[in-house]
Design a protein. Structure first.
Length: 541
């Protein structure tokens, strides 16, 4: 059988073939001796990067061999000069990596018009990619684009990506992002940069990066991610040894996922200030208030060995902080060693001051002296969190966040639990942590230990049961008051039926009923007449 393609399809294929364009590679060699545009071989390579970039177009590769590139560049509006300006969607890549390929700017470290002599290392936009360079001694100018001494996004709407680069010793005197501003950084080292806000980076996305020894004269020694500059998002990053004169030694604002934040210093929030932290380890930071964290939202984090000279060694939450499924332990401060003013839910800390369920037991880390904050096999934090607060699929180590059905407390999830029940709850009743404890009926009530835990009952007391009480009729309003024995840290659903032979016999009449200590009641205004009316209650998981 002969196949015939429609004419429109043939025309389309022809057009695609005519419009296809192969990537062109342009070469740069600081020691070249025969530069010839458009620099299509090593023999005719450009001697400065900007010349080769100017000869490229969207989709091209500019390949740079070993050398120190401290000449050339382009002035960009009134913000001084960029040693390299990438306005096209090109890839600028070194041959042998950042150790031997440097782009060097010019730090003026002054104020006002003097900064017209400043030279930023790289300005980029329109989906440009920068890979494999050391960016050093750069400084942002002033005016329209005063941020990002090492690299900044300055043009278009596509954003820029920086990979496998070292940003070291750059400056943004008048603004933000000493190392980087408004770009995506992947597998980069951001070291020893400084700025007013975000000494290392400002309003950036960072993935698998290290942010070390950066300084801010105001906020965000390591990273700044708040108004008016824009949000920052960090994933799998290490933030260590940064400082800020005001707030957020490690990070100010932004969202940090699976990050290690240690040994940072600030007046408020040594590790982080006003940030959202998920699955993070926050340790060894110091501040006046909030040695580890000041404000923000903290979920499944481990906050340990932080110091505050005033209050809130672990977390200072007087202006608003929410903490879920987290360990706050071994922190120190004159007031509120582990936390002060923080809304806690399902956390492990002392003293016992919880808005939701929590424990005060020692978290039982593998080796605190060696900095190993994984949970031991008998840790009370195993299965003791609340799944409703979980925000990520993996923990700080990249392992599954929920194992055996219930989330652990802290940054690391224990991967081989033998029980599905909270270890702290089992330890509370002196029960062994074994594989068969979940299905044992210790009190002869027909409820096994797992069901007792879900219901908030005492597994060793036959009088501790989840039982309905006789309904009480009322005329104001007309109906039945349905009550049951309950506890205050559970949420219930209530079902009713008027015909047990129906399929299904019961239907939910109310969910999300907050349990009360002793008994909980619900007014069923639909129970009018002679009935019959049947009820059953369950714990909502």
């Amino acid at each position: 059988m002969r196949l015939q393609w429609p004419l429109a399809a043939v025309i389309c294929l022809v057009l695609l073939k005519l419009n296809a364009r192969a990537m062109t590679t342009h070469y740069v060699d600081a020691n070249g001796t025969n530069s010839l545009s458009p620099y299509l071989s090593w023999a005719t390579a450009a001697t400065n990067i900007q010349d080769a970039v100017d000869a490229s177009t969207n989709g091209d590769l500019v390949l740079v061999t070993n050398g120190v590139y401290a000449t050339g560049g382009r002035k960009w509006f009134d913000s001084g000069t960029n040693r390299v300006t990438l306005t096209n969607a090109v890839t600028l890549q070194s041959v042998n990596g950042p150790a031997v390929t440097l782009i060097v700017g010019n730090r003026v470290a002054g104020t006002g018009p003097a900064l017209t002599n400043a030279v930023r290392c790289v300005g980029m936009g329109n989906n440009a990619v920068l890979s494999g360079f050391t960016l050093t001694n750069g400084e942002a100018g002033f005016g329209n684009y005063p941020a990002g001494g090492g690299v900044a996004y300055i043009y278009g709407s596509g954003g820029g990506t920086v990979t496998n680069c070292i940003l070291i010793g750059n400056l943004a005197t008048n603004s933000a992002g000493g190392g980087a501003d408004r770009v995506t950084l992947i597998n980069c080292q951001i070291v020893g940069n400084s700025a007013g806000y975000g000494g290392g980076a400002c309003a950036c996305t960072l993935i698998n990066c290290t942010v070390v020894s950066n300084t801010a004269s105001n906020e965000g020694g390591g990273v700044f991610g708040g108004s008016p500059f824009g949000a920052s998002v960090l994933t799998n990053c290490t933030i260590v040894g940064n400082s800020a004169s005001s707030s957020g030694g490690g990070a100010y604002g932004g969202t940090l996922n699976a990050c290690s934040i240690s040994n940072n210093i600030a007046a408020n929030g040594g590790g982080a200030y006003g940030s959202t932290l998920n699955d993070c380890l926050v340790g060894g930071n110091s501040a006046g208030s909030g040695g580890g964290i000041y404000g923000g939202i903290v979920t499944n984090c481990t906050v340990v060995f932080n110091v505050a000279t005033s209050s809130g060694g672990g977390i200072f939450g007087a202006t608003g902080a929410w903490c879920y499924n987290s360990i706050l332990y071994y922190n120190t401060a004159p007031t509120g060693s582990n936390n002060i003013g923080t809304k806690l839910n399902n956390c492990c800390t002392i003293p016992d001051s919880f808005d939701g369920a929590g424990i005060t037991n020692d978290p039982a880390f593998v080796n605190t002296a060696a900095g190993d904050f994984h949970l031991q096999s008998n840790s009370p934090c195993i299965n003791s969190g609340n799944n409703a607060f979980v925000t990520t699929a993996t923990d700080l180590g990249g392992n599954p966040r929920i194992v055996a059905g219930t989330v652990d407390i802290g940054a690391y999830e224990y991967q081989t639990p033998v029980s599905k029940i909270s270890y702290a709850w089992l330890q509370q009743y002196g029960l062994p942590i074994t594989a068969n404890i979940d299905t044992a009926d210790l009190d002869g009530t027909g409820f096994n230990v797992y069901q007792d835990w879900i219901s908030g009952l005492n597994p060793t007391n036959a009088l501790s049961v989840l039982a309905m009480l006789p309904p009480v009729p009322t005329n104001n309003p007309t109906g039945l008051v349905v009550s049951w024995e309950s506890v205050s840290n559970r949420t219930y659903f209530l079902q009713s039926s008027t015909n047990l032979g129906a399929q299904p016999a019961f239907s939910i009449i109310q969910s999300n009923i907050t349990g009360q200590a002793g008994t909980t009641s619900y007014m069923d205004t639909n129970a009018v007449g002679n009935g019959p009316f049947f009820y059953r209650v369950g714990v909502q998981q």
